[in-house]
Design a protein around this ligand. Structure first.
Ligand code: SF4
Length: 756
């Protein structure tokens, strides 16, 4: 069987699959690498989407530098970008498929055997327990073409229903908020807006550190803008702001409603825009009537004067842009908070013009690709599984049987893990994400892992906390070792290229999905998915007529030449313009003039038309709720988590592999603690403390700093054990976890107590 599978794939699959060793007799296939010189590719960490120039020797990247001509980063990169090649050289790269034997140890096997094991176990579990007994968890770190193939293979080919992505942890809230408010998941902005505002409002966002190239764009703003930061911590961005509103954790919804109240009260609203382009404003204005400055002050801990000052800056601004990130998205009422930001932009008419917008800053390099094409909770192209017309469209475009497309959406990440922990889901396939460390309340994953009958982990590395639990490890190529595209925060599609050879027998995720599809016996359904470039053409067809239409893009070379292209870019946009016909004009028409290529920077909603059925944006609101876990005398501190440095990324799986990056952040976990609290606990700066929540404990060094308020502590999210502490609360609409609020206590170790 394995030999047969590989014979059938020969000639149709990429060269990298054909070079699988192990005696399949396919012969030597030349490496398909970029030629000597340089090759530009979009960075594989965050969704800023900087372009990096790989410098090649013998076709292999030996160094990187930022691309000076790319409209995103303009020649800049953060430390992660500069060091992006280092993680590829790590000694713990997964180089061969590994199967866990009866004795519990992992044994290397060939790809044929690995694929057969995958198929046998999944088929057996599906046959015995039905389509809801299997699931996958994917990632915003792989290429759009790969995630689309995975979603199509698993749901249309293998018969599964449930699959989610780690973008649930970062962007699900923005996705749902936009969909409900604008009618489609459509971040409206372009990075030029950072430079064109006269007021910038950052909510739960620390671009100085988390999106440093975006912050560089802010610094290029020639308007000497007013910068407001809403954040409980005095972050690097807050320290640089005109006004820092250090509100109580998770009181941002009340504050945003309070600002709306003041804007209304002072008449700082755009009544024409509201009347022509929105719905639900009257109910919203009634609703915010009770969010008086006094009430909001009591809720947020801010002074009335601070709230009025912020509202005045927004109300008097000419071009106000609102930016939010994980401080909003990762909350128990996150969708409504994001929509409260959207409401401010709508009521003041700050949308669709340069320097404006309600703008979610995306986390992972391809979370935006995942939102449109992962086929997890949304059907391909931002469609809906429950809509029969949408299912028929996808079946027609992809030429798959209509009844192979599930008529219900997937369960969300937390529900998949809950089902695994309760035994309902028995086989789980995890791709390019470190769930064991990154998921909120790690105990949940441990329970799931104990119950799972078959856990497949597809990853670049063999040593993550998640691979420890795997029954089968599939070795994957990383960023820089494969081709494809990413979509960045401002909807820009950029090209990723193969500039390095994956080690050993590791294959691109795309090739692994193709191999497993063939092994499953549904390879014929995917005959047109022969390569990432061919798959991109399918994605274009899936986008046709949708708000994210990209049918005007010619190919990868066009994307590279243009410095990426923001969606939408339709085939009509790309058509040569018809010359204007004059009545009775019998003279020969001049030749059709090609339209200009896509402008380097484009924003949405300049015409005030949104994607809702009535083309109006919606005001949506809800009464704020208390955070689900509260502090008490036993656990008196609020634990905040977030990005620790611009040299760290998520669970440090990759950034921890760079010697240079490791020098830019503390090796072990630390906890920021206010000087007053340190004094009352008798904790010295630099001493070790135990952070305890109702779920677990973590040892950390005390960093005594007024960056946090009394009663609050902050721990960077990158260190193992942080999620032993966090509380599993979720936004009810996006099911995004609330990483930013749980109750803890701080216990100094006996020998660390200040005895003075
Ligand atoms: Fe740019 Fe983000 Fe990559 Fe840094 S990590 S170089 S900011 S894309």
């Amino acid at each position: 069987m394995p030999l047969e599978i590989l014979r059938r794939t020969r000639g149709r699959m990429t060269a990298e699959l054909a070079r699988v060793p192990g005696g399949f007799g396919l012969g030597a296939v030349p490496r398909r690498l970029a030629p000597a010189g340089t090759a530009n590719l979009v960075c594989g960490f965050c969704a800023t989407g900087c372009s990096l120039r790989a410098h090649l020797q013998d076709g292999v990247a030996v160094n990187l530098s930022p691309d000076p001509d790319y409209p995103v980063n303009l020649g800049m990169a953060c430390p992660k970008g500069w060091e992006a090649l280092a993680p590829l050289q790590a000694s713990d790269r997964a180089t061969r498929p590994m199967v866990r034997g009866p004795g519990g140890s992992l044994e290397p096997v060939g790809w044929g055997k690995a694929a057969q094991r995958f198929v046998d176990r999944f088929r057996q579990i599906l046959a015995e327990h039905g389509p809801e007994s299997v699931a996958f968890l994917s990632s915003g770190q792989i290429c759009t073409e790969e995630m689309a193939l995975l979603g199509a293979l698993f749901k249309f080919g293998m018969g599964g229903i449930h699959g989610d992505s780690n973008t649930r942890q970062c962007m699900a809230t923005a996705h749902v908020a936009y969909k409900e408010s604008f009618g489609f998941d459509a971040p409206p902005y372009t990075y030029a807006d950072f430079e064109a505002s006269d007021v910038l409002v950052f909510v739960g966002s620390n671009p100085c550190l988390a999106h440093p190239i975006m912050w560089q764009r802010v610094l290029r703003n020639p308007n000497r803008p007013t910068i407001l930061v809403l954040d409980p911590r005095r972050t690097e961005t807050a320290a640089a702001a005109t006004q820092h509103l250090a509100l109580r954790p998770k009181s941002d919804l009340s504050l945003l409603y309070g600002i709306a109240h003041l804007l209304l009260h002072h008449g700082w609203i755009d009544t024409d825009f509201i009347r022509q382009h929105t719905s639900g404003f009257d109910a919203f204005s009634d609703f915010v009537g009770c969010f008086t400055p006094d009430y909001v002050s009591a809720q947020t801990g801010l002074g009335v004067g601070e709230i009025i000052r912020a509202a005045t800056a927004i109300g008097r601004g000419k071009a106000v842009s609102f930016w939010w990130t994980m401080g909003v998205n990762q909350g128990h009422e996150a969708v409504r908070t994001a929509q409260a930001i959207i409401n401010l932009a709508l009521m003041t008419g700050n949308i669709g013009r340069p320097g404006t917008g309600a703008n979610s800053i995306t986390g992972q390099c391809n979370a935006m690709g995942s939102r449109l094409y992962s086929n997890t909770t949304s059907l391909l192209g931002g469609r809906t599984f429950t809509d029969p017309e949408h299912r028929a469209e996808v079946a027609g475009i992809l030429d798959v049987p209509l009844d192979s497309i599930p008529s219900s959406s997937s369960k969300a990440y937390d529900q998949i893990l809950d089902d695994a922990a309760s035994g309902r889901i028995k086989a789980l396939w995890i791709i390019a994400t470190n769930t064991a460390q990154s998921w909120i309340d790690s105990q949940r994953f441990q329970e799931a892992a104990r119950r799972l009958e078959f856990l497949v982990v597809q990853d670049m590395y063999v040593s993550t906390a998640t691979t420890d639990h795997a029954h089968l490890i599939l070795p994957a190529a990383g960023w820089g070792e494969k081709d494809g595209t990413f979509i960045n925060s401002e909807r820009r599609i950029g090209v990723v290229r193969k500039v390095a050879q994956a080690p050993g027998e590791a294959l691109s995720d795309f090739a692994i999905f193709r191999l497993l599809g063939e092994a499953w016996g549904c390879g014929d359904w995917f005959q047109r998915w022969t390569s990432p470039a061919a798959t991109f053409r399918l994605l274009q067809e899936l986008s046709r007529g949708r708000p994210c239409d990209i049918t005007g893009i010619q190919n990868y070379a066009h994307l590279a030449e243009e410095g990426g292209i923001q969606w939408p870019w339709t085939s009509a946009d790309a058509q040569p313009a018809e010359p204007e016909a004059q009545p009775d004009d019998l003279s020969p028409h001049p030749p059709r003039q090609p339209r200009s290529q896509p402008a380097p920077e484009r924003r949405l909603f300049a015409d005030g038309r949104f994607f809702t059925p009535d083309e109006r944006a919606r005001f949506i609101h809800e009464i704020p709720r208390r955070a689900p876990e509260t502090t008490d005398s036993e656990f008196p501190f609020v634990l905040l988590t977030g990005r620790g440095s611009s040299a760290q990324w998520h669970t440090n799986t990759r950034t921890g592999k760079s010697e240079i990056l490791r020098q830019l952040y503390p090796a072990n976990a630390y906890v920021e603690l206010h000087p007053n609290d340190a004094r009352s606990l008798r904790v010295l700066n630099g001493s070790t403390v135990v952070i305890a929540s109702r779920r677990g404990t973590l040892h950390a060094k005390a960093l005594v700093s007024a960056s946090v308020q009394p009663g609050q502590v902050f721990v960077p999210m990158h260190y193992p054990g942080v999620n032993d502490l966090t509380f599993p609360a979720f936004d009810p609409y996006s099911r995004q976890p609330s990483y930013k609020f749980c109750a803890v206590r701080i216990d100094p170790l006996p020998d660390a107590v200040d005895k003075r």
